[in-house]
Design a protein around this ligand. Structure first.
Ligand code: NAD
Length: 455
């Protein structure tokens, strides 16, 4: 499973040789740790054109100090006021002189506005920011990431900026994330089922949230959490303060209990495809659930011509049908508390397609459809957000089983020239699960190092 190439390029002779041969140069990514929770350097706040955003107080709360004369670890370019091609020159003027000085594993975050359907010049200029962001992501190198956030209200985007401007987003690059106006009703955690919807909308005052443990007092359930990405998600949500229920199949009992014991959670042994899975989860959680992570997933690869129905059905059942069924059951039963979060797991194979994975690609694209359709209704009717993470090549047992040549291609064919780690998907899930992320809804966020697949 180890990425030997990454280790070789981490040595001086290895770097010299691979550079001479014109081979990819993956940088050692800086990830979050308790000892190193923030980016190493300061933040440069730039603006292209005029902006109506009240950004400075929000940036001040992200935990990255202004860059001053020191090292620049992050640049935030507010381009929300760009309304035409002339305005785009301001984007070039702002970033051209500073991009070279952004530190290794640093961040560039471009802020854009929603496209105005009544003004095609504004829409053209704002859409241009996507092409700009994705192109800069592909060329910037040295473990640095570039993302675009479309927003109208800076404070509603605080949790998103906090995530993107931290080591937690190490493998998220080339993404366009839309943050709504922040109308979500903020609720106390742990409210029982059956609360009346439609209460007064208000943003969670960030001063009252424990920034180190934002999920304190909340209950999370992660399916397929006995190993791999699910295990990392369970650990990360527990780190953030949640009581975590580790759900996995009865055959994985030992691993599920080991994970649950380690993080002070509980194990729930259950095949998620069981017809009564939703009812059994609801029964196990009489005080309701705040964060539901649909992570369990399987592959049964074959080209369609060679794929018997026995390989088609289980993939669609585990990856999609059970996600739809349990989501419906838990929303209907009122198990998901208001202020709740659903995070489903798609895949770049569901966005771009992958040879030998018609079943898997269909199931994961189905997850995207579910998220896009349900998100606005779930928020309006239940106060619950619905988003998806779409992992790219992540180093797990699933990808260790991929033949060597395809595995190497998967690792290198992205802007960061390496595979991601389960914790990268976990950190992204934790951001979406954050009580402060109520304005992030209906998003499919790729955790793929800006993979060339479906880019
Ligand atoms: P994994 O195989 O290591 O772990 C999956 C877990 O799900 C296992 O513990 C398994 O027992 C559990 N599970 C399977 N069927 C279940 C069922 N019916 N009920 C309950 N639990 C069940 O996989 P992973 O690599 O950690 O992937 C996790 C998720 O991420 C999956 O949805 C996968 O499709 C998705 N994903 C992974 C990658 C990657 O590169 N690893 C890429 C894209 C998407």
């Amino acid at each position: 499973m180890a990425d030997r190439y990454l280790r070789i390029t981490g040595t001086a002779p290895g770097r010299f040789l691979t550079r001479r041969l014109g081979l990819p140069q993956p940088a050692a990514l800086v990830r979050w740790s308790a000892e190193r929770p923030a980016l190493d350097g300061g933040l440069l706040h730039l603006t292209a054109g005029s902006s109506a955003l009240d950004l400075a107080p929000v940036l001040a709360r992200t935990g990255v100090a202004p860059a001053g004369s020191g090292r620049t670890a992050a640049v935030v370019l507010d381009a929300t006021g760009v309304r035409d091609v002339e305005g785009l020159a301001g984007v070039h003027a702002a970033l051209h002189p500073v991009v070279r000085s952004v530190a290794d594993s640093g961040r560039v975050v471009v802020l854009g506005a929603p496209l105005d359907p009544a003004d095609h010049h504004q829409a053209a200029a704002q859409q241009a920011l996507e092409g700009f962001t994705r192109s800069l992501g592909k060329e910037i190198g040295r473990g640095r990431t570039v993302n675009l956030v479309r927003l109208t209200d800076a404070s509603a985007a605080e949790s998103t900026l906090r995530f993107l401007l931290s080591p937690k987003s190490a493998y998220v690059s080339g993404q366009v994330i839309e943050v709504g106006p922040g109308e979500e009703a903020s609720e106390e955690p742990g409210e029982g089922p059956g609360e009346e919807p439609g209460e007064e909308a208000s943003e969670e005052p960030s001063a009252l949230v424990d920034r180190d443990r934002p999920l304190t007092g909340r209950t999370a359930l992660v399916t397929g959490a006995a190993r791999g990405i699910g295990e990392a998600v369970a650990e990360t949500l527990a780190r953030d303060g949640a009581r975590v229920v580790v759900l996995d199949v009865p055959q994985a009992e030992q691993d599920a209990r080991r994970v649950a014991d380690r993080i002070g959670g509980t194990a729930l042994l259950l095949d998620i495809t069981a017809a009564d899975a939703g009812a059994r989860i609801a029964e196990a959680l009489p005080d309701g659930l705040d964060v539901l992570v649909h992570n369990a997933g399987i592959t049964r690869d074959r080209r369609l011509v060679n794929m018997p129905v026995e390989r088609w059905v289980p993939v669609l059942e585990v990856n999609l049908a059970s996600v739809l069924r349990t989501t419906d059951a838990l929303l209907k039963a009122g198990t998901l508390n208001r202020g709740g979060r659903i995070v489903a797991t798609a895949s770049i194979a569901g966005l771009a397609g992958n040879a030998g994975q018609t079943n898997y690609g269909a199931s994961k694209a189905g997850v995207v459809g579910l998220v896009r359709s349900l998100a606005p209704r779930a928020l309006a009717e239940h106060g619950v957000t619905v988003n998806a993470v779409a992992p790219g090549f992540i180093e797990t047992k699933m990808t260790a089983a991929v033949p060597l040549f395809i595995r190497e291609a998967g690792r290198r064919m992205n802007s960061l020239a390496q595979g991601g780690l389960p914790v990268d998907v976990a950190e992204t899930t934790a951001w979406l699960a954050d009580p402060g992320s109520g304005a992030v809804n209906g998003q499919v966020v790729r955790v793929c190092g800006q993979s060339l697949l479906g880019a």
